[in-house]
Design a protein around this ligand. Structure first.
Ligand code: SF4
Ligand code: SF4
Length: 547
């Protein structure tokens, strides 16, 4: 075994990647990511003390958030990047420690994660070998520690998107760091860790609400929108990931250049925001979910900008056209630098590159409809409530979450097709690509697939459910005619799940498989407390949900 990682749904054999990640992550990168997380826990030990002493640590808060984000599945595969980050982490840790000493605070910090030190890559790799996930021997404690860690990783990713737009909450940083320190505390028992996992769900709701506020305050409320999925005859740039600020700056800089901009994967919902509709060169969405990029980037012909996680190791045939920015990294890819002194990122190299390229090759024609975040759905509330009362809509299915490579995800397209025609799918995240082009029709003008947006917009689905509960005068969100059949893939989906559990949603079905990081005992707690279940086959599951 040269590494151990089981943080995503596609982990090898459903148990753990041990030689190389199914995602393409190499063993040395996986181990360095473990060491980075370990060191972030050490920084957190000091920031907790600093917070108690009233000392602000904004640089450390930001560093911890960005470091966590860099370790999310498909974000960064670059060994040199992690060596540099670990070096910086040791400096940040020392700065917080020094601030405590200067303030005369005698910090009681004894865990090795806060004390270890080395100053070169070889020593980092040696240290990494000793502190991996399996170093926690008790499998239930390990399971809960990792569940908490992955929830915090998802939280960090959403916090970072909000931060980029100028929104942050001190309580969210404080929770991330408290949770991290808890994962190094051998005195905490399983019940205490379960309580922290639930608290993580609370902050999951908070961080998604914060991001919703950041996005809607900056770009307006998503609205019903038809998005072109064909192509035009201009050279073009494809942008993927979740970062709307990057998209805004790219659109501003491509204005009037003759270069079109298309979205891919999780960037599709950007079309739903009013602020981006003024750009004539914002041409449409090209392709599907993240995992198809190795085919779709080839036929796109122009340069591609990856703004957050969702990168698949690029093929040689298009590698020279892929640009990365923010936390994204892969050896040999061109980097778009960060904003300096409040000035926008410089996309001129990408734009010049696009001008040398052929227009995209057409994959399909037509339109997809979306923009059903909370504000738009609540604007249709009277219509929706009337349709439920008249029996025109029998049930809603929340099918938010992720798409992925595994064949078993065909289930979700088949499930959508098998649903009775008096049901409506509420979706968010890249899972939608399994059924958003199926022409499932509408119910009295309400489309049968209502797409709220990116995976963080699952928050919108929760807001809609809570509003419906109020409108129908119910005392429990589980009494609504809403079923949850959610697909997960990576750690953002973990925080979405914990947020739904915190909001009291029960009987969520999770697929295509339950997380490998849930030990049998932890899985049992989730099943018994929250009614979490798996999936079987589309026909049987539709019958079960409708019964
Ligand atoms: S992120 Fe997923 S596929 Fe990649 S190494 Fe970890 S478990 Fe394996
Ligand atoms: S929907 Fe899932 S796979 Fe897609 S970006 Fe979000 S968390 Fe990742």
């Amino acid at each position: 075994m040269s590494m151990f990682c089981y943080q995503c749904q596609e982990t090898a054999k459903g148990t753990g990647c041990t030689m190389r990640g199914v995602c393409g992550k190499t063993a040395d990168v996986a181990n360095l990511q473990d060491l980075l997380i370990y060191t972030l826990k050490g920084i957190s030990a000091y920031t907790l003390e600093a917070r108690q002493a009233g000392i602000a640590t904004p640089a450390a808060d930001k560093f911890i958030m960005e470091g966590l984000f860099a370790t999310i599945t498909n974000a960064n595969f670059d060994k040199a990047h992690f060596v540099a980050l670990i070096g910086q982490a040791l400096i940040v840790r020392e700065e917080v420690r020094a601030a405590l000493v200067k303030a005369g605070v005698a910090a009681e910090v004894t865990h090795d994660s806060a004390l270890w030190f080395a100053d070169n890559a070889a020593a980092f790799e040696a240290k990494a070998a000793a502190i991996g996930i399996l170093a926690t021997e008790n499998e239930d404690v390990r399971s809960l520690r990792e569940l908490l860690t992955y929830g915090v990783k998802g939280m960090a990713a959403y916090a970072e998107h909000a931060f980029t737009l100028g929104y942050k909450e001190a309580e969210i940083f404080a929770f991330m760091q408290k949770a991290f320190v808890a994962t190094t505390n051998d005195k905490l028992n399983a019940d205490e860790l379960v309580a922290l996992v639930m608290e993580c769900g609370k902050y999951g709701v908070d961080v998604m609400a914060l991001l919703d506020k950041a996005n809607t305050s900056t770009y307006g409320n998503p609205e019903l929108t038809k998005v072109n999925i064909g192509v035009r005859n201009n050279p073009a740039i494809l942008i993927s990931g979740h970062d709307l600020k990057d998209l805004e700056e790219l659109l501003e800089q491509t204005k009037g250049t003759g270069v079109d901009v298309y979205t891919h994967g999780e960037m599709l919902p950007a079309h739903y925001y009013p602020a981006f509709k003024k750009y004539d060169n914002f041409a449409g969405n090209y392709g599907n979910a993240w995992w198809l990029q190795d085919k779709e980037f080839e036929t796109f012909n122009g340069p591609i900008v990856m703004t957050t996680n969702c990168l698949v190791p690029p093929k040689a045939s298009y590698k020279d056209r892929v640009y990365v920015t923010g936390v994204v990294g892969f050896e040999g890819l061109k980097q778009i630098g960060e904003r300096v002194d409040g000035k926008p990122k410089d996309f001129s190299a990408v734009i010049n590159h696009a001008k040398q390229c052929l227009p995209p090759q057409e994959l399909e024609q037509g339109e997809i409809v979306g923009g059903f975040a909370h504000n738009q759905v609540l604007a249709l509330a009277d219509k929706v409530v009337a349709a439920v009362k008249s029996g025109a809509i029998k049930r809603f299915f929340v099918m938010a979450g992720c798409d992925g490579r595994v064949k078993s995800r065909d289930y979700y397209a088949e499930f959508a097709k098998a649903l009775p025609k008096d049901t409506v799918i509420l979706t968010a995240g890249c899972a939608k690509y399994r059924y958003n082009k199926l022409q499932l029709g509408d119910i009295g003008g309400i489309p049968r697939v209502l797409d709220a947006g990116q995976c963080n917009d699952s928050y919108s689905l929760a807001v809609i459910a809570l509003k419906l509960k109020e409108v129908f005068g119910l005392d429990d969100v589980n009494k609504l005619p809403i079923a949850y059949n959610i697909a997960w893939y990576e750690q953002k989906a973990v925080i979405v799940l914990l947020a739904l559990l915190y909001l009291g949603v029960k009987n969520i079905h999770l697929g295509p498989t339950l997380p490998a990081f849930l030990s049998p005992n932890v899985a049992k707690v989730l099943v018994e407390t929250f009614g979490i279940g798996g999936i079987t086959n589309p026909e049987a599951d539709v019958k079960m949900f409708m019964a």
